[in-house]
Write a protein that binds this ligand. Structure first.
Ligand code: MG
Length: 383
């Protein structure tokens, strides 16, 4: 007679035996065994906990609407047996969520009622249905759950989704709006480490920002006006000027409600026009189809990885470009997003690098190229 552990071992070995020469990390059999034991025991329930954190930025960060030095964060942990999945919500104030709203929402999320953590579609749909909005709070659950499930089966997220980790994109590094002296200093600090620089535009010094950066590097540039431009003809003139200056795309030139103006611009612009503030979730992609040539995905808008993954498929079906960006976040949420980069055209995942108290270790960058960790789940470690 087998005891229970031997029985599980023999079952696992048979399954793995069928996989032949496929290189499965050694963690897999043990994780499988524990998962099976957990399921048999029937006593493990998922438990969600969360705590606030303030991310401090290295430089005051200026975009078209404001300048700030910190970003409020809420970290989540989903425990299941001996496993812990990590997640995060990041709330730049202008988006309407705060540590208070996120924690209030998370207090309503009862994961203990689900006995199977693998049922992400059901669990996340029910979390989404709890209340409208709260997209960063929902992302904090989604990220932690994907991390947990990856750990339960002992595989990194890129493997679970069938992505080739060698195909990650390069990330740009963002230069906020500032005086020419400060911009020059910021560019000099990072220009050798990144292949692409992203410039924030949309105040009254667009050409000064562009000329300042261009005088220091001939690398490709990208731009984000953060809805700062008021006029479609100005946006089109800028697009032609920026095409000459070696830009790759422009994010959200005008206010998100200026749908017809964006459609007019997209039809004529020599550069791709990406929707960011206007393109939050899957439903927006359908709603604004034709107004933009591409989308900017951010986990804090999409409610996390699951919906972002679906949005990539739909955007591709519409023939649209896909960029994945971030808020100022720790390496926890940034690394989660990085797992999607083998499927996108461009990435701007510098949020953790802009901070000085990042409390997670995860993805790294080598001359701008995103390097994913090999650990199971999203692969992050608290520090
Ligand atoms: Mg943007």
């Amino acid at each position: 007679m087998f005891n229970r552990r031997e029985f599980l071992h023999s079952g696992t070995a048979t399954v793995l035996g069928g996989l032949g020469a496929i290189n499965i990390p050694s963690l897999f059999p043990e994780a499988e065994l524990n998962k099976a034991e957990n399921a048999l025991a029937g006593s493990n329930r998922m438990k969600l906990s969360f705590k606030p954190f303030t991310l401090e930025l290295k430089h005051a960060f200026g975009v078209s609407v404001n300048t700030r030095t910190t970003t409020p964060i809420v970290h989540t942990v989903i425990e299941y047996g001996k496993y812990k999945g990590y997640g995060e919500a990041s709330m730049p104030p202008y988006l309407g969520e705060s540590q208070e709203t996120v924690m209030k929402f998370l207090a309503k999320v009862d994961l203990s009622k689900y006995d199977n953590p693998f049922q992400l579609e059901t669990i996340l749909a029910e979390v989404d249905a709890l209340e409208a909005g709260n997209t960063a709070a929902k992302a904090a659950v989604d990220i932690a759950l994907h991390d947990l499930v990856g750990k339960l089966i002992g595989q990194p997220l890129y493997n679970m989704w069938g992505f080739d980790k060698s195909k990650t994109t390069y990330t740009s590094f963002t230069i906020g709006i500032d005086t020419p002296e400060v911009v020059r200093q910021k560019v000099k600090e990072v220009v050798d480490d990144f292949g692409v620089l992203k410039i924030k535009l949309g105040r009254d010094n667009d050409k000064e920002m562009i000329e300042t950066v261009r005088s220091l590097t001939d690398k490709p540039l990208t731009a984000d006006a953060n809805q700062g431009w008021k006029d479609k003809q100005y946006a089109l003139d800028m697009a032609h000027y920026m095409k000459e200056k070696g830009f790759l795309y422009i994010e959200q030139p005008m206010h998100k409600d200026m749908v017809d103006e964006h459609a007019w611009l997209t039809e004529r612009s020599p550069l791709p026009i990406l929707g960011d503030e206007s393109m939050k979730r899957l439903s927006d992609l359908i709603k604004y189809r034709g107004a933009y040539s591409g989308i900017v995905l951010k986990l804090m808008k999409t409610t996390g990885l699951r919906e972002a993954h679906k949005m990539i498929a739909v955007a591709r079906a519409f023939g649209m470009k896909v960029m994945i960006g971030c808020m100022t976040e720790t390496s926890c949420a940034i690394t989660a997003a990085a797992h999607l980069t083998p499927m996108v055209d461009w990435a701007d995942l510098d949020g953790a690098m802009l901070s000085k108290n990042d409390n997670f270790k995860g993805m790294t960058v080598n001359k701008g190229k995103i390097i994913l960790p090999d650990r199971p789940g999203i692969g992050v470690v608290p520090v």
